[in-house]
Design a protein around this ligand. Structure first.
Ligand SMILES: *Cc1c(COP(=O)(O)O)cnc(C)c1O
Length: 389
């Protein structure tokens, strides 16, 4: 079965993991630091902390940024649940701003409008989480300018966009945002099985995250109240076990070497899809702003189902018959029962996101997807989606 995403593991990956398994350190060893080192070099960040998964990365970033009950944090409804859940983990209140209908990322103008509305009610917005949806960077310059003017923190949920570029900068994520989240789940650009990281240029954020990654424990005598001896540690904050293992980090280091090739392949696949669908009025292909380099975690194709006599359910069923499992990214988060019940969101709150959801299908994009599979998939979609008479 072909799904929308899949990892690629080669013999070098396997060998480096086996090497670590034979050694002394399965966890809390040197591979973790080495992985953090290569990540921060690759993405031009001053600090990097690797953790158990992307969700843990979001959670720790939220805590390190000091989000607490009463704080309002804004994000996009077109994202994975974890982005929004992290706001709730910290006890803060999530709100959304609709997406830009062209880039599918958070609409910066509406962000400012929303901040002003809150201000007029005497409430302050604490932070904005921008999501580089599908691999297309948000309008980070506009978001940074808003963040500076209104004294708001910026987080980049960069889980879709490793290897993307914005205004010529490969280090754009940490350049504009106070904290950047990566995920290394197998569907993402590089994988460690489960894994994540927080990148930042702010040493205080990094220090706090490191503390919270391991139970809020420290044996650093600069922080501790006293020092009883070699064995001594203190718990100075309520932390978690969000550590990543050394063998996962070894895999990550090896995978990172291939990121360039992975991105090239993803771009090539997207180009094939673009050529097939761009001049066909049943479809809207993903837009790419001229100042960005798309990383194509996803290929979100919008289908004008109003122009075809086939529904999305029928399309999915037909594709399943030839073992292609399409996906939809995403069900707008504000429409999830939990968010409706707890925070009172409803239909029509974010109409552009909701309309996007109704038309979106995610086509498979991953390294090993073959030319033959791509062309038969394109041909099949064309045949299933019969024009309305
Ligand atoms: C994958 C993903 C996450 C969470 O990552 P995990 O590593 O699966 O916990 C968060 N945000 C977005 C946008 C994602 O795609």
């Amino acid at each position: 079965m072909i799904s929308y995403g899949k990892q690629f593991i080669d013999q070098t990956d396997i060998d480096t993991v086996v090497e670590v398994l034979k050694g002394n350190w399965l966890t809390q060893g040197p591979k973790v630091e080495e992985f953090e080192h290569v990540l921060k070099n690759k993405f031009g960040a001053k600090y990097c902390c690797a953790v158990a998964n992307g969700t843990a990365a979001l959670h720790l970033a939220a805590l390190a940024l000091g989000w607490k009950p009463g704080d309002i944090v804004i994000t996009s409804p077109i994202t994975f649940l974890a982005t929004v859940n992290s706001i709730v983990y910290a006890g803060a209140t999530p709100d959304f701003v609709d997406i830009d209908p062209v880039s599918y990322t958070i609409d910066a103008n509406q962000v400012e409008e929303k901040i002003k509305v809150y201000q007029s009610k005497g409430k302050n917005v604490k932070a904005v989480i921008g999501v580089d949806y599908a691999g297309h960077p948000c309008d980070w310059e506009a978001l940074r300018s808003i963040a500076d003017r209104y004294k708001i923190q910026l987080v980049n949920d960069n889980s879709h966009a490793l290897g993307a570029c914005y205004k010529g900068a490969h280090n754009y994520a940490t350049k504009y945002a106070n904290a950047v989240i990566q995920s290394f789940h197998p569907v993402k650009h590089i994988t460690t099985g489960e894994g994540g990281a927080i990148l930042t240029n702010d040493s205080r954020i990094d220090e706090k995250i490191r503390l919270l990654r391991t139970h809020g424990m420290t044996s650093n005598s600069n922080i501790m109240d006293k020092h009883d001896g070699q064995w001594y540690y203190e718990m100075v904050d309520l932390g978690y076990n969000y550590r990543i293992t050394d063998f996962q980090c070894a895999l990550g280091i090896s995978q990172l070497d291939k990121l360039g090739n992975f991105i090239d392949r993803r771009k090539k696949i997207a180009q094939n899809y673009n050529e097939a669908f761009i001049n066909d009025d049943r479809f809207i292909v993903p837009f790419v702003n001229s100042n960005v380099n798309h990383a194509y975690h996803l290929y979100p194709l919008q289908v004008r189902f109003d122009k075809t006599s086939v529904s999305r359910i029928q399309l999915f069923d037909e594709m399943m018959k030839i073992n292609i499992k399409l996906q939809v990214h995403y069900i707008p988060v504000h429409l999830q029962p939990y968010y409706r019940k707890k925070f009172g969101f409803n239909e029509n709150n974010f109409p552009i996101a909701e309309k996007f959801y109704l038309n979106e299908i995610s086509l498979p994009v991953f390294f090993e997807l073959s030319e033959k599979e791509i062309s038969s998939l394109i041909e099949r979609i064309d045949r299933i989606l019969i024009n309305k008479m």
